[in-house]
Design a protein around this ligand. Structure first.
Ligand code: PLP
Length: 397
């Protein structure tokens, strides 16, 4: 389709950048399984490498199936350019290795995905890059901690695992006024619900393993932003730091997932809101955190920067972790698993599962409760999800 004729989100997710008539009429874009590319001359090769001629050199840094996915994701996030990688962590590490160097500092929100926390707290320090963790729900404390060596700010919203909401406009404006880059992990919201670049951020990251792929059958990551940054992250972070290239086959599967993204996210949100309301009404539940619930702390902000509350719900039982274990043991439809954004409803205990890389002291310092449970509400029939959770809660009470 022509890239400007149709503007709708789902239309772009399904058609952008692909004309079946260029590929023998094939409705579904071809999967290019090739490691390398041939050239008509050595000079032609050099021109491709120099960027003066269109073409591909080697599969670690580019492939036409990946390129279509990159073009679609960039469009959906409102970015100039995109890069896909072998996992969300590969997207995060390629970005940081490309933009930071020894002696630099980065400001990071204290509540993020556990493995990303480990990269910041333990990994980057080995290379002389210091991370300062701060509470990004309080932009004044972020402002006060910015120093001469700070190069970037990094956060998630809604944040994994407790779904606190960070003000993208406020943090991006603050970062820009200090000459810092703003990097946002948009995995939980997806571009269906929230587009951080439109709100002032510079770079958006994704674990495409989650909603973008959407079927719990692959790992993938993405970086979206200005061409200058994407070229650098492809040319350095991906090419010689991580080498963590997305398989073209997996790129094909993510393209397939994107076609139903808007539809799936709408259903995830609708069911998650119903689950959040049901949990809040049950006497065994101490509190519920869901950005789409009017009396949840992040609601006003979420209502401003997201178009719905998302598919994740965090909550804690009055009986704490012991009651949580009784509840989870009594579930039969809902599975115990990390990850999220799948058709299956999943429940997990962050303190011992996704966030075990935080020490117990760090969890306490940063307000990650030991009793917190996180649900990724799936696409099953809502009455079945609600009935299973109610049976679990009754068993916990
Ligand atoms: C899962 C996840 C990641 C890491 O992605 P992988 O694809 O598992 O490497 C990063 N950020 C968030 C918010 C995640 O949920």
């Amino acid at each position: 389709m022509s890239d400007t004729q149709f503007e709708g989100f789902a239309t772009r997710a399904i058609h952008l950048g692909y004309d079946p008539q260029q590929e023998q009429g094939a409705l579904s874009p071809p999967l290019y399984l090739t490691s390398t590319y041939t050239h008509e001359s050595i000079d032609a090769f050099s021109e491709i490498r120099a960027g003066t001629r269109q073409g591909y050199v080697y599969g670690r840094t580019g492939n036409p199936t990946q390129a279509l996915l990159e073009q679609r994701l960039a469009s959906l996030e409102g970015a100039q350019a995109g890069l896909v990688t072998a996992s969300g962590m590969a997207a995060i590490s390629a970005t940081l290795f490309s933009l930071l160097q020894s002696g630099d500092e980065i400001m990071v929100d204290q509540i993020i995905y556990g493995t990303a926390f480990a990269l910041f707290a333990k990994g980057l320090t080995r290379f002389g890059i210091r991370t300062q963790f701060a509470d990004f729900t309080q932009p004044e404390t972020v402002a006060a901690a910015i120093g001469a060596k700070t190069k970037a700010v990094y956060f998630e919203t809604p944040a994994n695992p407790n779904l606190r909401v960070i003000d993208i406009r406020a943090i991006s404006a603050l970062a820009r006024s200090h000459g810092l880059l703003t990097i946002v992990d948009n995995t939980f919201a997806t571009p269906v619900l929230q587009r951080p670049l439109e709100q002032g951020a510079d770079i958006v990251l994704h674990s495409a393993t989650k909603y973008l792929g959407g079927h719990g059958d692959l790992l993938a990551g993405a970086v979206l932003g200005r061409k200058q940054h994407i070229d650098l992250i492809r040319g350095e972070g991906l090419r010689f730091f991580t080498g963590a290239t997305l398989s073209p086959f997996t790129a094909f599967l993510v393209l397939r997932g994107l076609k139903t993204l808007e539809l799936r996210v709408a259903r995830h949100c609708e069911s998650a809101l119903a689950v959040a309301k049901a949990l809040r009404q049950h006497p065994a539940v101490a509190y519920v955190s869901y950005p789409g619930l009017p009396d949840s702390p992040g609601y006003e902000l979420a209502n401003r920067q997201m178009s719905a509350g998302g598919g994740l719900v965090a909550f804690e039982l009055k009986g704490g972790l012991a009651a949580g274990k009784r509840m989870v043991a009594a579930l039969s439809l809902v599975h115990i698993a990390v990850s999220l954004g799948d058709p299956e409803t999943l429940i997990q205990h962050p303190a011992s599962m996704t966030h075990a890389l935080y020490s117990a002291q760090d969890r306490e310092k940063y307000g990650l409760s030991e009793g917190l449970l996180r649900l990724s509400v799936g696409l099953e029939s809502l009455p079945d999800i609600l009935a299973d959770l109610r049976a679990g809660l009754d068993a916990a009470a």
